[in-house]
Write a protein that binds this ligand. Structure first.
Ligand SMILES: Nc1ncnc2c1ncn2[C@@H]1O[C@H](COP(=O)(O)OP(=O)(O)OP(=O)(O)O)[C@@H](O)[C@H]1O
Ligand SMILES: [Mg+2]
Length: 476
């Protein structure tokens, strides 16, 4: 890192002798000193300085103005500049007034230089601590932004996998519906590897026109094509030592697929218009929300490239089939949005939480994130209530129950209705448990045998499933 620049101090006083003495003293202390002979010049220095002063030391009464007004001006520009007032002996009341308006401290004239020196030093230290705190907070925020939040068994398995494969250089194909967190997981793989600290670059293959994608990925020489006025490294070389995520890889045109396959095999790139290839050290991750197998079968995605990318496969399940994650994610996004919007909101009401947990989230985690951002903006108190959630969520929740528990005017067939309730709950339990029956039975509070019987009754069991035989070992 470059050597830190000297802290800047502005000294405002109409006495030339005092100004010169202070200038010599502070320069010796290693400060960058600016002198102003009165209120107006002091004001101009504050207003026109490219970056705020660390400390402003100002006289209180000057022929052309008052130090208190300078104080106000400084604090309007930034609260981070510390102001020290020099007051005439006995003007204690004004000094107290200055402190109330945000001055760091004051000295009474005449003062001992050691006293002033110590005061300025302390003001600088305070400023450094505040700045460091802010950096730490920003860093923490960024790190939290990379966290993978989960509670479900399904996501725990995926997370463990990302950690165990992070050291290898193998390609990973991440699939899942839009908004399930594919990019987030790709970043987690990068961060867990010794490539962390090196670039993690994402290219959205679907968003770049076919004619440009090759240059974007592999770079181009100057003059390689019309408009190539300068040369470009390309994403793969920019990410040297790090990781590249090819997002929406299913959108790549066939010609680009061939070139990509070569790069993956040879670990070399040739930029557009260049004669020679350059070796690269980059880990490639790919993501798509298309069904790649279907794309391969339909001939839109090259099988050889598919095999190359699919060395390790991570399938991120939709949020509705891992509802255990909804609560920790909602709490995470609540904290995040409350922090960003500067609101003191700490919790979700029980009915709001229940509604979220019952909703299907077609837009997955991204939708949940948006719902909470909006709810935090709307919330009046310290809790997010049902009314702060979008209508369609609350509506979906309200609909689910009355259908089943309100006796229709025309009456009903009790057995049929109970059967339907049972069928729906069984399906939901299976989905939530990822098909693991022991887990599904637990969720429903029934024995495994009872669950098997009921699945069989509703024709939800596998073919040949015999409800009376003892369960073989459970498989996921
Ligand atoms: N497990 C998680 N923990 C915390 N935040 C998450 C998690 N999963 C997703 N997110 C957040 O949800 C949003 C969507 O995630 P991401 O962009 O990774 O999804 P995606 O699967 O790549 O979506 P798309 O297919 O639309 O590109 C992001 O803001 C991301 O930070
Ligand atoms: Mg994505």
């Amino acid at each position: 890192m470059a050597a830190a620049s000297k802290p800047r101090i502005l000294v405002v006083d109409d006495e030339p002798g005092l100004r010169d003495m202070l200038a010599i003293m502070f320069k010796r202390e290693g400060l960058d000193v600016t002198l102003a002979p009165g209120f107006a010049t002091g004001r101009d220095a504050i207003l026109h300085s490219p970056e705020p002063y660390a400390v402003v030391l100002t006289d209180l009464l000057m022929p052309d103005g008052n130090g208190l007004d300078l104080l106000t001006l400084v604090k309007q520009r930034t609260v981070q500049t510390e102001v020290i007032m020099m007051t005439a002996h006995g003007a204690l009341e004004t000094a107290v007034d200055a402190m109330k308006r945000g001055a760091y401290d004051f000295v009474s004239k005449p003062f001992a230089t050691t006293e002033l020196r110590a005061l300025v030093q302390k003001a600088l230290e305070k400023r450094a601590i505040v700045a460091e705190n802010e950096q730490l907070r920003a860093k923490l925020g960024r790190e939290q932004g990379r966290e993978v939040v989960f509670r479900s068994e399904a996501m725990r398995k995926i997370f463990d996998l990302t950690q165990s494969i992070s050291r290898a250089r193998t390609t990973v194909l991440i699939t899942g519906e839009s908004g399930t967190g594919k990019e987030r997981i790709a970043r987690a793989i990068h961060e867990a590897s010794d490539r962390r600290g090196k670039p993690f670059l994402v290219v959205n293959c679907g968003a770049i026109p076919e004619a440009l994608i090759e240059a974007e990925l592999f770079g181009h020489e100057r003059g390689a094509f019309t408009g190539a006025v300068s040369s470009r490294l390309g994403l793969f070389r920019e990410a040297e030592g790090g990781t590249v995520l090819l997002d929406e890889v299913g959108e790549l045109a066939p010609a680009t697929q061939v070139k990509l396959l070569r790069v993956l095999q040879e670990r070399k790139v040739r930029s557009v218009g260049a004669a020679a290839e350059v070796p690269i050290d980059v880990r490639v991750l790919a993501a798509t929300n298309r069904n790649v197998e279907d794309e391969v079968r339909a001939g839109r995605f090259r099988q050889d490239l598919y095999y190359r990318l699919n060395v390790i496969r991570v399938e991120v399940p939709p949020l509705r089939s891992r509802r255990d994650d909804i609560r920790p994610l909602a709490e995470h996004f609540l904290k995040q949005s409350a922090g960003e919007q500067g609101k003191d909101i700490r919790a979700l009401s029980p009915d709001a939480l229940r509604t979220l947990e019952g909703y299907d989230f077609p837009g997955n985690v991204r939708e949940l994130e948006n719902v909470l951002e909006r709810a935090v903006a709307l919330a009046k108190g310290m809790t997010i209530g049902l009314g702060d959630l979008p209508g369609e969520l609350a509506g979906a929740a309200a609909q689910a129950t009355p259908d089943l528990v309100l006796l229709p005017d025309a009456g009903c067939n009790l057995d049929e209705v109970l059967g339907e309730v049972e069928r729906r709950l069984l399906l939901q339990a299976l989905e939530r448990s990822g098909g693991v029956r022991t887990h599904a039975a637990k969720i429903l509070g029934v024995t495994l045998r009872s669950l098997r019987y009921r699945l069989h009754k509703h024709a939800l069991g596998d073919a040949g499933d015999d409800p009376d035989s003892d369960p073989p070992s459970e498989q996921t």
